[in-house]
Design a protein around this ligand. Sequence first.
Ligand SMILES: [Zn+2]
Length: 152
Amino acid sequence: MSRAIRGVKKLQALIQAESQAETARIIQRVQREAGLDLEAAEFYVRSAVLELGSRVLERVLHNVGVGRQDKPRVCADKHLPRKMVSTGVRVKTLQTIVGPVRFARSRYVCPGCGAVEYPGDTLLGVEQTGFSPGLRRLMTRAGLGGAVGGRA
Ligand SMILES: [Zn+2]
């Protein structure tokens, strides 16, 4: 079995274990707080499921934006090429269709011109925005693209 497949299986097992534990917790809380109030139960279950979804996304994105680069990042913005320097990890919160998701990614700075890059943002398509691609699609469909600012 390849390392990638083992990694995916491990992640699936983690998600399944978390999901089962979460399901049991949700049932307990619904029984305790909503009783036989179906509407209250519906809203509670929906928010709990979305919360679980955010945590699953967070786990999927864990380590995507950090770690060694295959090749050094180079900036040549109106100057001779210079190697960009990592200045550590910054966390940003992405708004997604299942709610806010924290995303840690490495920050690189050009010592020549001070340009800043986040390769993880490029990888996920969230450069210069705090809105996930899925949420942006929904916003566009709802005609909110321009009305809701995209910076983060
Ligand atoms: Zn530069």
